[in-house]
Each structure stands twice: as C-alpha cells, then as structure tokens.
Design a protein around this ligand. Structure first.
Ligand code: IMP
Length: 203
C-alpha cells in the first residue's frame, strides 16, 4: 500500500519515514508529486488544519494521505505560537521579527525575546496526525512532549524549535539528542505510534 505523507518540511518527513518504516507501507512525499497544490492552513486548531490537509491532498491525488499539524505551545504566552508555529516571526503578536538567515531562526529569536525576564518557561510540543483514505474514512491521533524553553539555542540536530526545547527529565535540548531518541520521546513519535496501532487494525 502507498501512502502520501503530506508535508514539504524535510525534518518532519525524515521523522515520518523512520517512524513508519516499522509497518509495511510505501511512503511518498509531496516532492514525488508532479502537480502541486497549495492548502492554506487557516484553521484555529491543529486538528482542523490536519484534517483539511489530509482531505484536500487525498482527493486531489486520489491516494491515502497522512497529514500532520504540529507546533509548540508556551504556557506564559497564552499557548502561542500554537497553530502559528511555522510563521510565528511574522504574526501580529509580540511584534514581528525580521528573517536574517531563515524562518526557524527568526521564530526562535522572537520566542526568546518574548520570554525575557519570565520565570515560567514551561512548554509542550503537540502533534496531531490524520490518516484519510480517499474513500471517506479517517483516523486521527495526538501526541505531546512536555518540557521547557532554554535561555539560548543549543544543538544542530532536528529542526524548528528543537534547539530551544528541553524535554522534561533532560538537560539537553531536542537538537542535542539523537534522531532515534527524539522519535522515542517526541510528540510526533507518540502520535505516529498510536496511529500505526489503529491502522494495523483496519488496513
Ligand atoms: P506545520 O508544518 O504547520 O505543522 O508547522 C509546524 C511548525 O511547528 C514547524 O515549522 C516548526 O517550527 C514547529 N515544529 C513542529 N514540530 C516540531 C518539532 O518536532 N521540533 C521543532 N519544531 C517543530
């Protein structure tokens, strides 16, 4: 069986491929598809966005899809960046941040600026994963990874906010641990393992 992993984020794709390698499915990514479509992520929740992506890609490419919406929720910032995680640097909350090298770096810079002087640095990563077959059948799961925001970025593994996220029980950031260990404890690892259990029962 072939399933399209509906993401263009290379970090996410790498993690999905590794996590899904344990079941017998062939994965394709959006880069494998000749015709491109844009799906606007305008939902108010991770679930709304993930369902929208899964349904639109499944009906356009006529193939089962796994889509994910993920992000970082910071307690002291009213759970922002949340669904705005990918473009936090550019939204109307706490001032905009200029891109100097890349978006991830601008997002991190803004988050650290907004947390300056705050004692509460608690945060969690959320991953909402949706499987949608083009035959009107869907499943979804969610995974969380709790931790806190570091004072400065450390490490060069992973992607996104990994260099400033210290998982609970660790003194390293998510960008300082191996990809295998990240998959074991991450929001995405937890959500995908739950999804695989459900998929095994129906596929
Ligand atoms: P999405 O592609 O709309 O789901 O955007 C997710 C954004 O949240 C990414 O661009 C990252 O900034 C952030 N994010 C999601 N998962 C992770 C992760 O595992 N590590 C670090 N950042 C993440």
């Amino acid at each position: 069986m072939k399933i399209l992993i509906a993401t263009t984020n290379k970090g996410k794709l790498r993690e999905f491929k590794s996590l899904l390698s344990q079941i017998n499915i062939e994965t394709l990514s959006l880069d494998n598809m000749k015709e491109k479509i844009e799906v606007e992520e305008d939902g108010k929740t991770f679930l709304e966005n993930a369902i929208k992506k899964a349904k639109e890609y499944a009906s356009f490419y006529n193939i089962p899809v796994i889509a994910e919406d993920a992000g970082l929720e910071v307690e002291a910032l009213n759970n922002y960046p949340g669904v705005y995680s990918a473009r936090f640097y550019d939204i109307d909350f706490g001032g905009k941040e200029e891109i100097v090298t890349n978006k991830d770096e601008a997002n991190i810079k803004k988050l650290l600026r907004l947390l300056e002087g705050k004692n509460n640095r608690k945060a969690r990563f959320v991953s909402t994963v949706v499987f949608y077959s083009q035959k009107d059948f869907g499943l979804w799961t969610e995974g969380y990874c709790y931790g806190e925001i570091a004072k400065e970025p450390r490490g060069n593994k992973g992607f996104g906010y990994d260099p400033i996220f210290i998982p609970e029980g660790y003194n390293k950031t998510m960008a300082e641990i191996s990809p295998e260990e990240k998959n074991r404890i991450s929001h995405r690892g937890k959500a995908v393992r739950k999804l695989m259990e459900k998929l095994k029962k129906v596929l």
